[in-house]
Ligand binder design. Structure first.
Ligand code: IMP
Length: 177
């Protein structure tokens, strides 16, 4: 069924069952790859809150989770986008860190943020994203655990918003063509 969010119409794209299956797969992959380790997940708010919650329940090894917000603003022409992390209080030194993102679109946000994390010298740093718009990516980011590759069309639901609304949908919907 179609769904209206503010002035835009959205159509079903990924069902709750498809999302759940992808998350179970990702959770199992991560739990297997990090067996014997105790990774620290860092979920990037707001969009990833629902995904992070469901993914974390699928992690069967000892693990920690922390939530941060990224505020981006335009820096000088030479530095481009500057991203500040709000709420990143844990020490990442020698930790196995896994970033949880809702979607990688242009890749600008993560490519600006990752060097700041690497600066803290984690033992490893991997990216887990529910969605990836490959065609839209101008700043390539290596995604280690991916739910779905999606076309370059705006999506809402399951934590993702359109101007703040639509996050509460239990499915992912795509903007009507
Ligand atoms: P990037 O820096 O372009 O990769 O931006 C990533 C961020 O943009 C995501 O974390 C989302 O918050 C937001 N975003 C990108 N595409 C969409 C979309 O289709 N729907 C909702 N939010 C999106």
């Amino acid at each position: 069924m179609k769904h209206q969010v503010l002035d835009k119409t959205f159509v079903p794209y990924l069902t709750p069952a498809e999302i759940e299956a992808a998350i179970k797969r990702m959770g199992a992959d991560i739990s297997r790859d990090y067996a014997g380790k105790d990774p620290l997940f860092i979920a990037i708010l707001n969009g990833s809150f629902m995904f992070a919650s469901d993914l974390f329940k699928e992690i069967s090894i000892p693990a920690e989770i922390s939530f941060i917000k990224l505020a981006s603003y335009k820096g000088t022409e030479s530095t481009g986008n500057v991203v500040t992390a709000i709420g990143l209080e844990r020490d990442l030194f020698q930790r196995e860190v896994i970033i949880i993102e809702d979607i990688v679109d242009t890749g600008k946000t993560l490519s600006a943020f990752l060097p700041q994390l690497l600066h803290q010298q984690p033992a490893s740093l991997k990216i887990c994203s529910l969605l990836h718009k490959k065609e839209a990516t101008t700043h390539p980011v290596a995604i280690d655990y991916l739910g779905f590759e999606i076309p370059n069309l705006f999506v809402v639901g399951y934590g993702l918003d359109y101007n703040g609304f639509g996050r509460n949908l239990n499915q992912i919907m795509q903007i009507e063509a």
